[in-house]
Design a protein around this ligand. Structure first.
Ligand SMILES: Nc1ncnc2c1ncn2[C@@H]1O[C@H](COP(=O)(O)OP(=O)(O)OP(=O)(O)O)[C@@H](O)[C@H]1O
Ligand code: NI
Length: 367
């Protein structure tokens, strides 16, 4: 059932950022992208009408707990979903030629002209995405040989340049290294080199630093930030709002397959409106507010619901301290646009929004 009670402006879909920037900055736009699993009576929607924009020079982030649909959203863009899934909605890509295509309806034969060339992808675990039997030089060179038709020697020189660009020392010698001879951080740099070799205008990074220790994580984030200065746009996926705060310009918070809030990174961190976002913010360790020794960080009680047992009304209501019986357990909240151009999917956001999320979290766990 759809909502009949409105606490504010109702907006179908999530396409109305109060944004003054030129539309020409847009490289990729998801319009109500949904991912469906299975067919017939057993069909389930695992990603539900996600709309977002990736712009040149900007990093758009997806954040949310495990199982919220972040990876499926990025795999859908790359057309890498398992065969048991299909999508609805559109994935509009402005190609380097200027032509617009809907990636979701592109014939398979044209996908090689998108992957690597228009969109590069970096995954969490480089060991599973790198070929263990080829040197890193061969794997980077292959991008130039396949996509640009370069000779082996020219491609090798370009591969060396890429290693330098992603901060790998002794690049010439490293070309001959096998993936297992490199540290986790170096392997992730190789993955980045492969992803950006053909200068794609979009890079999708799905948990690119999750497998790395904190120091290396910071270095990789620094490298990724450096790559963004140009006309490239990034989609950055992470469950860690602390990492997101370091790289993102805009943030979309996902819960149980839906975007529940979006906004600038500043608005999300300082003026979260959705109780779920407030919980995520309160669970980020803060350098300027050290935890008392032995004190655990706040964590949101409960778990993300299973697909087969999606709660009625607001999907978050069973975990929400602000949920009101008779309302939140009955009425499905729609996306509403906030005055600062953000979006929020909560029936009570106007009543509960604190002036400052930090003061809310400082008050303790009472969200
Ligand atoms: N191949 C699959 N078959 C069936 N269900 C799947 C498959 N892959 C993912 N799912 C389900 O879809 C939902 C979203 O998964 P997804 O991997 O996108 O989550 P995520 O937000 O990336 O989580 P994580 O932080 O753990 O990577 C989950 O409930 C998951 O169980
Ligand atoms: Ni994931």
């Amino acid at each position: 059932m759809q909502t009949e009670i409105s606490t504010g402006v109702m907006v179908p879909g999530a396409t109305h950022h109060a944004d003054t920037r030129s539309l020409d900055d847009t490289i990729l736009r998801l319009e109500k992208l949904s991912v469906h699993l299975g067919a017939g009576d057993h069909a389930r929607t695992v990603v539900d009408e996600v709309s977002l924009t990736i712009r040149a020079g900007e990093c758009t982030a997806l954040v949310g707990e495990s199982g919220s649909g972040k990876s499926l959203t990025s795999l859908a863009i790359m057309r890498l979903l398992p065969s048991s899934m299909h999508v609805s909605g559109s994935i509009v890509l402005r190609r380097q030629s200027g032509a617009q295509v809907n990636v979701s309806s592109l014939p398979r034969s044209e996908l090689t002209s998108i992957r690597g060339l228009e969109i590069g992808m970096i995954f969490q675990e480089p060991m599973t995405s790198l070929n263990p039997l080829l040197t890193v030089g061969e794997q980077i060179s292959e991008m130039f040989m396949v996509h640009r038709g370069e000779s082996r020697q020219v491609a090798k020189n370009h591969a060396e340049e890429m290693l330098v660009r992603v901060g790998i020392p002794e690049a010439r010698a490293r070309l001959a290294a096998m993936p297992h001879e490199l540290s986790g951080g170096m392997r992730q740099r190789v993955m980045i080199a492969i992803a950006i070799a053909c200068d794609p205008r979009i890079v999708i990074a799905d948990e690119p630093t999750t497998a790395l220790d904190v120091t290396i994580q910071a270095q990789i984030l620094e490298t990724l930030r450096g790559l963004q200065e140009r006309s490239r746009g990034m989609l950055f996926v992470s469950h860690d709002l602390g990492v997101i705060a370091e790289v993102a310009d805009r943030v979309h918070v996902m819960y149980a397959g839906q975007v529940v809030e979006s906004g600038s990174v500043g608005a999300i961190l300082l003026r979260a409106r959705h109780p779920y976002t407030m919980g995520l913010v309160a669970s980020v360790p803060r350098i300027d507010r050290p935890q008392p020794r032995g004190a655990a960080l706040y964590s949101i009680p409960g778990r993300v619901p299973e697909l087969a047992r999606m709660p009625a009304g607001c999907r978050f209501h069973p975990r929400c301290a602000h949920a009101r019986a008779g309302l939140c357990d009955r009425v499905v909240p729609q996306i509403e646009v906030t005055e600062d151009g953000g979006e929020v999917r909560c029936l009570r956001w106007r009543e509960i929004a604190p002036t400052d999320t930090l003061s809310a979290s400082q008050r303790g766990s009472a969200l």
